[in-house]
Ligand binder design. Structure first.
Ligand SMILES: O=CN(O)C[C@@H](CC1CCCC1)C(=O)N1NCCC[C@H]1C(=O)Nc1ccccn1
Ligand code: NI
Length: 187
């Protein structure tokens, strides 16, 4: 089972590498890894398990964060409505690829963090507001989906990890909270 001890921190060169695509059909170990990444996210969002296992709550995880330089990400985005248990997006993506994106940009009003970054880095991380992505799931099935708002931000943060990009690379150094006209701020 994945715990915080398995997550590498900034300074580890793997976080700055461009990860390798996985080959289809997926290897058994790549399917098992995907399942374990998704399980980590679910555990991290379960109060009891998170406390017991000392997990920081996460909505996304990329294989490079486990020192595995492969293009595999997992996302488990809970519904913003606490009444609804069903997550809005919960899946493992192999070879995720942004096919197209909106001109409009967006950022999280609270900025971003990263399980591989043990410090606060204030500032807006401006990303594409909407993206169309392709990926393969654990069964090797191809998907093409459109994402917007919070899910779009989460997936972009994860795909960045596959390209050696950290969230703070996007923050305006001169004025971290500078916002161009028309950038959507997501609460
Ligand atoms: O690459 C992947 N990562 O680095 C884990 C990150 C991914 C998100 C950061 C911004 C967009 C994707 C992550 O999840 N976090 N960042 C650090 C601490 C907080 C945590 C988080 O946002 N938790 C959360 C949010 C809502 C509900 C439940 N938990
Ligand atoms: Ni991260």
């Amino acid at each position: 089972m994945i715990t915080m001890d398995n997550i590498i921190r900034e300074g580890n060169p793997t976080l700055r590498e461009v990860a390798e695509e996985v080959c289809l059909p997926l290897k058994e170990e790549e399917i098992v890894l995907g399942k374990k990444m998704l399980e980590f996210l679910k555990n991290s969002q379960d109060p009891e398990k998170a406390e017991e296992l000392h997990l920081r709550g996460g909505v996304g995880l990329a294989a490079p964060q486990l020192d595995i330089s492969k293009r595999i990400i997992a996302v488990h985005v809970p519904n913003s409505d606490p009444e609804i248990a069903e997550p809005t997006l919960s899946t493992v993506m192999y070879n995720p690829k942004i096919l197209s994106h909106s001109i409009q940009e967006a950022c999280l009003g609270e900025g971003e963090g990263c399980l591989s970054v043990d410090r606060e880095v204030p500032g807006y991380v401006v990303r594409h507001a909407k993206i169309t992505i392709s990926y393969y799931d654990m069964d090797g099935k191809p998907h093409k989906i459109r994402l917007k708002n919070y899910e779009s931000i989460v997936v972009q943060h994860e795909i960045d990890h596959l390209n050696g990009v950290m969230f703070y690379d996007h923050i305006n150094e001169k004025n971290p909270f500078a916002l161009k006209e028309g950038v959507l701020v997501i609460k």
